[in-house]
Design a protein. Structure first.
Length: 373
């Protein structure tokens, strides 16, 4: 499906008399400008004025490039839920069907996107695909306290059949586990003090299994060691089938196993140990579980790092209406296109090249939208 077909369902927020510049022209301008490193409204306008001939290879731009205030007003007024749906539909076409997909759900606050009250800063939930390296969806959350509701909405949008969904402790909730299970996915969810009773039950269960059923306790584990830069890290993932001994386990839809992950770090002569616990709907396969947990940490750290390094996202002061959310979605649109380009270069390097090379920018765009806009 083309760019136009995916985003044409968006309702133009302007009155008919104010629609001098075509909505899809403005979106195409903003998307390609952000793909070329634009960080704000003036950047988008300046890009358009410099690259108008290139833009007209794909869209009419009958009335030229709109003023930066017009761009800001239109993007800010777009319905963010509709915009997200367009994005999800587009990215679903790009998702590879090879192998089992892991989807990491993670939250991020844009620290400087607040108005007068710092609690109004944009907190968004993002779904990342490990298999494709793609950002699958983004949903706005009214602060961290309301993150769970946004995650449930996001899961409704995503195709989860056969996928492994990972999330941090904030989103370890019965409704979320049920939603994933009902949609044909599996989950690996971290358990911390926000579920203190469950956490203590799991800890005690591992202790009893080690003491009284050591042959079972010792069977299903996977260990890996990483060394480098004067540091040695040993990770042990131990997985045990759930049993009625863990009170309340039946309340978690599809729950099959509990997991204990021990990380020991040796730096010079100092040693530190951290233990975390998880619940999962997956059967006994400790290597698969260990890989999923490790990849969740990696995706979480790498994805945020790319956004911060490439776009200085945490420093963005864009905050008008839906502006922060919609501009954040355009950044993720750009990163997906860059991720899919086969050139061996960093994400930042690809987007920098798109800034000055019309040919490369066209490769990013047309290579993934099948020659049509």
């Amino acid at each position: 499906m083309s760019f136009v077909e995916n985003f044409s369902i968006l309702k133009d927020p302007r009155s008919e008399i104010n629609q001098r510049h075509n909505l899809l022209d403005i979106l195409f301008l903003a998307g390609t400008a952000v793909m070329s490193g634009a960080e704000g409204w003036k950047d988008i306008k300046d890009f358009g004025e410099e690259k108008l001939d290139w833009l007209r290879q794909y869209r009419d731009f009958k009335h030229g490039i709109p003023a930066d205030d017009t761009i800001a007003r239109v993007i800010s007024a777009l319905d963010s839920e509709q915009f997200t749906l367009c994005f999800v539909n587009w990215v679903n076409e790009l998702r590879s069907k090879d192998g089992r997909e892991q989807i990491a759900i993670d939250g991020k606050t844009l620290r400087r996107s607040y108005t007068g009250d710092r609690t109004t800063a944009l907190h968004s939930i993002t779904a990342w695909s490990k298999r494709n390296g793609l950002i699958l969806a983004q949903m706005r959350s009214n602060g961290k306290a309301n993150e769970k509701a946004s995650v449930l909405e996001m899961l409704d949008l995503l195709e989860l059949k056969g996928a492994i969904v990972t999330a941090d402790a904030m989103n370890t909730e019965k409704k979320i586990a049920k939603k994933i299970h009902d949609k044909g996915g599996d989950y690996v969810l971290c358990v911390k003090n926000n579920h203190k009773k469950l956490l203590n039950e799991i800890k005690d269960y591992f202790h009893i299994m080690e003491r009284d059923h050591r042959e079972i306790w010792s069977q299903n584990y996977f260990e890996e060691v990483d060394a480098g830069h004067g540091r040695i890290e040993t990770r042990t993932c131990r997985q045990i089938a759930i049993s009625p001994w863990v009170e309340g386990y039946a309340d978690w839809q599809g729950l099959q196993t509990v997991i204990e992950v021990t990380r020991t770090r040796e730096i010079k002569e100092k040693t530190g140990t951290e233990v975390q616990y998880y619940i999962s709907s997956l059967p006994l396969e400790p290597k698969q579980i260990a890989d999923a947990i490790r990849e969740h940490w990696a995706v979480e750290n790498k994805a945020h790092w790319v956004l911060d390094v490439t776009y200085k996202e945490d420093d963005s002061r864009v905050r008008r209406d839906n502006a922060a959310e919609n501009l954040a979605l355009l950044r993720r649109f750009a990163l997906n296109l860059a991720r899919l380009h086969p050139q061996k270069n960093s994400m930042k390097g690809k987007l920098k090249k798109a800034m000055w090379s019309d040919k490369f920018r066209s490769e990013l765009l047309i290579g993934q939208i099948q020659g049509k806009v």
